[in-house]
Ligand binder design. Sequence first.
Ligand SMILES: [Zn+2]
Length: 224
Amino acid sequence: MEIVPVPAFSDNYLWLVHDEASGETAVVDPGDAAPVLAAADARGWTITQVWNTHWHADHTGGNLAIKATTGARISAPSSEKIPGRDVVLKEGDAVRLGKHVGRVIEVPGHTLDHIALLFDEERVAFVGDTLFAMGCGRLFEGTPAQMYRSLQRLAGLPDETNLYCAHEYTLSNARFAVQAEPENAAAAARLTTVAQERETNPFVRATDEHAFARLRKDKDSFRS
Ligand SMILES: [Zn+2]
């Protein structure tokens, strides 16, 4: 399974996921169609699936154009606000890319419909706007208790699990590096792991939902 970041907007990462054996390609959270279609095209890949983690437009805005261009099937959580959805994903469901099987877990907090996609064998997790390197998503819809539990679920994954986040806030230089050197897989892989987040992420390390709620509130008004 090959995973390629496609930078979009000011700090979004759209992830292309390719399986060589089957020739299938999925895109995770295509907020914009054009850069994703171009990146797939440049590699000779055709997008066959779209996976959305939640309804926000910077994660779903490209759904319809990608479907119209490629005929891709769209799998996404149950929110009515997701354009073009074909398959509803909920806790325990599977997504398949060739022989790779991912499982869906529900991680509400940033939005109520938010899901993560976990490929246990590949040690890969697409976590959308729930967890970022040393950070977490804002609480637009959910409660601190929901988000705290969601973060703890992700932090409970095996140490070496690579976390594919939908934004890069702390390492904006990494985004530039990927743009400057699109073929540099090492730059693309300036990723974070579950172990690193357990060691460094204050939101993950919060002792309970109340401590988490305080941190999240502080961060909402934090200006560096
Ligand atoms: Zn979002």
